[in-house]
Design a protein around this ligand. Sequence first.
Ligand SMILES: Cc1cc2nc3c(=O)[nH]c(=O)nc-3n(C[C@H](O)[C@H](O)[C@H](O)COP(=O)(O)O)c2cc1C
Length: 440
Amino acid sequence: MEKIVLPDIKDLHLIDVYVKHGGYTAAKKAFGQSPDDIIDQVKKSGLRGRGGAAFSAGLKWSFMPKTTDKPKYLCVNGDESEPGSFKDRQIFEFNPHQMIEGAVIASYAIGAKIAYVYIRGEYHKWIKLLQKAIDDAYAHGYLGEKMKEKFGTDFYCDMYIHKGAGAYICGEESALMNSIEGKRGYPRVKPPFPPQNGLWGNPTTINNVETITNVPPIINKGWAWFANIGEPKHPGTILFGVSGHVNKPGVYELPTGTLLTDIIYKYAGGVPGNKKILCVIPGGSSMPPLRGEQLKGVKMDAESLKAAGSAIGTGGIMVMDEDTDLLKVLARIAKFYHHESCGQCTPCREGTGWMERILKRIIRGDGSSKDLDLLISVANNIEGNTICALGEAAAWPVKYMVQRFRDYFEERVNKEVILPVPNKVHSMRKTAFPLAEIKN
Ligand SMILES: Cc1cc2nc3c(=O)[nH]c(=O)nc-3n(C[C@H](O)[C@H](O)[C@H](O)COP(=O)(O)O)c2cc1C
């Protein structure tokens, strides 16, 4: 199976090795064509965003205004803060030049002179590695003004890493732009969308790291080559990050449409102890979970997962075996979204905390069946009522896990509640405060 984003080439992160294997020839080819031709090829290739929403990359690029005096920008989104998602940093580490080349081609296609790569601040290692690759690209004339000489073109662009302060919300494209502008990472109301009103009010395109890294091979090998890989409606490969109860967790680049069970059993080595699977979240922690019995025949691409009642998200597959305490898992997920809610929208700010508190109440043994309905009701009131999709990200795991595992949760809320025995507390106090001794 051909790998597009992370080919098995030793030391590909080094610029000489990348160039030896055809690196930066796609950029040269692109500069020989018009920006519209490039957009057309990316559109025809069927490349869809790998950052969560699976939106057509070429179509997104075509939204950028063609006649404007304003500066235009490209943002490459490497915030990657969703639990269960850990694939973009593999690109920074093992194939950074293909991402840089993809960003150069995208910048040319949309007319941007500056590309920002947004990386979560804690990812020190990957920031360092990417910065080294960017420095090397500048030194060799693949970035900056030297590009004119290297490629014999009038076009050139610059690339900067922008470090985030470590917030999931800053991966949301409009919060990301606010963060780059030096403001608090609050999502913006849309419309206007980034191509109309992006960075500092100028036309901006935002794409995920993996999306951008797919671009050079599309230009070099042709859109038809790419369109024929995997599922026709969502072609190419995806970096599937497999975590949880599998023998070989890791990132696997496989064609779209690969069976979820093949990824778990064939590639990730199956479940330790051959236990049954209770639950799988197929696209990062914000996506609707699937029951173990639901997995047969489920293919990993946007359309197939939608039909199966979930979504491809970031391709982060989280596997939970039959001994997993789903209540604790869900409470932990809810805690994350409560913590990461920016607080701008009341349903998300209040609802995420409410869901966390209800789940903790159930864990304490104080929950009832009504709490399960309440969880779904709170989730429904968040979903669709917020400025950005963090609302859905918080609501979906709760709503769908409770709905799909109702039997499991009913059993937990109806269990006999064992309250602490009062005289035990009394005896503990006696030990802690030896009153008789004090009196003496
Ligand atoms: C709360 C939240 C966090 C997000 N985090 C990321 C992220 O870390 N990386 C990413 O590429 N997209 C993230 N997205 C999606 C982006 O808003 C945007 O759709 C994406 O970067 C577009 O790139 P693509 O079209 O190439 O997928 C996030 C969305 C939301 C609502």
